[in-house]
Ligand binder design. Structure first.
Ligand code: SF4
Ligand code: SF4
Length: 326
């Protein structure tokens, strides 16, 4: 019997999701035995024309990582959608827009200005920025269009399942592949991770006070965090209350607060707003005395880059989506 065809593709992301597949280690061999990988540009020499030559829906499942930032990524996502029975948004950037989505606080013009002209280490006296077409020695060269706005995968194509995380952990990847191969999948649109908050599974949960009161907000490099005490109780912002569990508490176990890469649980529309409202509810004094306006402002001023912090992974799918384009 023919093995199910599988594709992997990389859009706007750091490459960590590709490494996560390799992190399956010897389990990768089991996957390779069970499926026929028909497209995986980072690891195997297939071309776009190989995908185009397949019948529509001939690929059983495509795992697409990364956000959509360029015309090429959009074109490939649409091609793989047409050729695939199932599409899985693989990792935070495909799922939520991820860290590349923070670029939605800017637009193409300001990004190009900064990257190609302003950075002091640049050597670009003509101020050249990427062009979609240019002629070199009489030959026309083309580059994909760089969009103003970064989008999550489901803002461009229909997505069947979401595998969260920066990057998704190997156990969840293997579970997802096994579920797909066995046809043992949850309802369409599901996030393939537990629907409970990280605080529910956090090893520090017992030290999380019922009423956390924050008198000072610190950044991780400003204190030596106690690895056995809930970070919120130490004045460190932790996104655990607004984040889905399933990562194996990777950051917590490395003595770092969570930054929310698994996205929110099912009932939460806007992860950043949820973190903000949670923090607003716990900021205060131990004896619940009312804070003065000055004390509140002092706490707010201690939060460095609040929008970037609260929406570290989810700006493109948030209610804000992007800074107003000018
Ligand atoms: S707030 Fe962070 S450190 Fe505290 S229990 Fe939740 S996930 Fe753990
Ligand atoms: S602790 Fe938070 S940021 Fe770290 S891997 Fe888990 S969900 Fe992602």
């Amino acid at each position: 019997m023919a093995k199910p065809k599988v594709a992997f593709y990389w859009c706007a992301s750091c490459g960590g999701c590709e490494e996560a597949v390799v992190d399956l280690a010897e389990d990768l061999l089991k996957v390779v035995e069970a499926v026929d990988i028909v497209f995986w540009p980072v690891a195997m020499d297939f071309k776009k024309t190989d995908v185009e030559a397949l019948a529509d829906a001939e690929i059983a499942v495509s795992f697409i990582n990364g956000a959509i930032r360029t015309s090429e990524q959009e074109e490939m996502a649409k091609l793989l959608r047409r050729k695939s029975g199932l599409v899985v948004a693989f990792g935070s950037c495909a799922h939520l827009g991820g860290v590349p989505g923070l670029a939605n606080f800017h637009n193409r013009e300001t990004i190009f200005e900064r990257i190609y002209r302003d950075i002091p280490s640049n050597d670009n006296p003509q101020g050249t920025v990427p062009q979609t077409t240019s002629t070199v020695d009489g030959n026309e060269l083309t580059l994909p269009e760089f969009w103003d706005t970064v989008r999550a995968l489901d803002q461009v194509i229909e997505v069947d399942y979401y595998l969260p995380g920066c990057a998704p952990p190997p156990d969840l990847i293997l579970e997802a592949i096994t579920a797909i191969l066995e046809g043992n999948l949850p309802e369409k649109g599901a996030v393939l991770a537990p629907d409970k908050s990280l605080c529910d599974t956090c090893p520090l949960a017992d030290s999380k006070p019922d009423k956390v009161s924050m008198k000072d907000i610190k950044r991780p490099h400003e204190i030596l965090a106690d690895p056995e005490k809930c970070y919120l109780a130490q004045g460190l912002i932790c996104h655990g209350p607004a984040t889905r569990s399933g990562c194996g508490e990777r950051c917590i176990n490395a003595n770092m607060p969570c930054r929310g890469c698994f996205g929110p649980t099912k009932g939460v529309k806007d992860q950043g707003a949820k973190i903000l409202s949670f923090l607003a509810s716990i900021m205060g004094l131990e004896n619940e005395e009312k804070m003065t306006d000055e004390e509140v402002q002092r706490l707010i001023d201690q939060i460095e880059d609040p929008a970037g912090l609260f929406y570290s992974y989810s700006l493109p799918v948030s209610l804000l989506r992007r800074k107003k384009a000018v």
